[in-house]
Design a protein around this ligand. Structure first.
Ligand code: HEC
Ligand code: HEC
Length: 339
């Protein structure tokens, strides 16, 4: 009898504990009610697929020259960008537009400045084939990867087949990119309730960011990335009139000079700014925004405070362990850097 009773008691305790455990897990975090939300501290992922995607991200053999990888232009040591106005691609050709960061790109409503790729997977096929970027073909990229037994082994483990195709390559790369988040910035610490995470000046900068109207376009988890807007709302932007933005996708006259509002997370690291990379100065970028998007002029003090706030958006950078890539084989097509 006693034994039965203790079993029942034990059962009850365990049930209670597990219920408590569940509710504890599901309790939403307490976050300040603001138009910007913190980046989750971690995301769930499939480790085998992400490791494979990481290898491909760093593998220059996905380019015609055998020299350019995703990381060449989206360098994870420098905020996921190349810090150049326009990227250098195959045979030192210059691309037509500034490279946005891959960090937190999972929070973009669509990929590219004009949003022409619906998600990261669709995006990842672009640069491999782009003649001024990696200048390869999907067919050749698949041939190269398929010729390397250690890759074939990994694909088999993740996708259950040794038939590699571009769909699986881009799927794995996208899975890796999904993990490239930068949580726990000082601003996020403040959002989660730590009053001391920001200085008085930074808090004032955030108030200005809201009061002046920056927040209408730069909001949400990425502080941008969730809408398309015209660059030059109140005054035409003259530095680049050739890049038409969203118009290239929709052919809708109203979409001329409309671009995806960029994510401002880590903006301190992702200079130079704008789709034309026309300034390395964050203060100048802020002043241009005030003038062209809002039709106002900021005092030097206001600009300084807003910039101070923007720098609090720098989060923990992904801690990447540089992958060791399997060697090519005799069957691997040779790189042709001079073609
Ligand atoms: C030669 C430089 C270069 C290489 C190599 C390159 N990219 Fe890019 N990437 C760019 C540029 C430039 C853009 C912006 C193009 C546009 O918007 O039209 C871009 C855009 C992106 C975006 C969209 C981000 C956003 O906010 O819209 C992602 C994601 C991305 N690249 C990932 C990759 C991946 C994955 C690879 C490797 C398969 C890669 N890139 C290779 C230069 C490069
Ligand atoms: C009407 C919408 C809108 C408003 C308001 C707005 N922005 Fe922007 N912001 C954009 C768009 C669109 C871009 C991209 C422009 C481009 O390069 O084509 C941008 C780009 C930026 C950039 C450059 C980011 C990068 O990585 O290149 C910064 C910094 C910035 N905005 C800060 C601000 C600040 C600060 C304010 C308030 C003073 C503000 N923005 C107001 C829409 C807006």
């Amino acid at each position: 009898m006693k034994i039965v009773r203790s079993f029942i008691l034990l059962g009850l305790t365990l049930t209670l504990l597990s219920v408590w455990g569940c509710t504890k897990k599901e309790t939403p975090e307490v976050v300040r009610e603001e138009p910007i939300q913190p980046i989750p501290l971690k995301v769930d992922y499939d480790p085998e697929k992400v490791e494979l995607g990481k290898m491909l991200y760093f593998d220059p053999r996905l380019s015609k020259s055998g020299f350019i990888s995703c990381n060449s232009c989206h360098n994870l040591a420098t905020g996921g960008v190349d810090n150049l106005p326009r990227s250098i691609g195959h045979k030192w050709q210059f691309g037509g537009i500034n490279a946005p960061t891959v960090l937190n790109s999972r929070y973009n409503i669509a990929q590219f400045w004009d949003g022409r790729a619906k998600d990261l997977k669709e995006q990842a096929g672009g640069p491999i084939e782009n003649p001024v970027e990696m200048a390869f073909s999907h067919e050749m990229a698949v041939k190269v990867i398929q010729s390397i037994p250690q890759y074939v082994e990994r694909f088999k483990k993740v996708y259950g087949t040794d038939q590699i195709d571009i769909d699986k390559i881009t799927d794995a790369i996208a899975a890796f990119e999904e993990t490239l988040i930068t949580p726990n910035s000082r601003f996020d610490q403040w959002l989660r309730g730590d009053d001391n995470a920001l200085t008085a000046e930074e808090k004032e900068g955030y108030q200005l960011f809201k009061e002046k109207g920056c927040i209408t376009c730069h909001n949400g988890i990425g502080v941008g990335g969730n809408m398309f807007q015209k660059f030059g709302v109140v005054k035409p932007y003259e530095r680049d009139t050739k890049t038409l933005g969203r118009y290239e996708v929709t052919k809708n006259e109203a979409d001329k000079y409309v671009f995806k509002v960029p994510i401002l997370r880590n903006v301190e690291l992702t200079y130079p700014y704008f789709h034309d990379g026309s300034t390395y100065s964050l203060s100048e970028a802020v002043n241009i925004m005030a003038e062209y998007q809002l039709g106002i002029e900021l005092t030097p003090e206001e600009t300084r405070k807003i910039v101070a706030f923007l720098k609090t958006l720098t989060g923990e950078q992904p801690r990447i362990v540089y992958p060791v890539l399997p060697p090519s084989t005799e069957k691997t097509p040779k790189p042709t850097p001079a073609d």
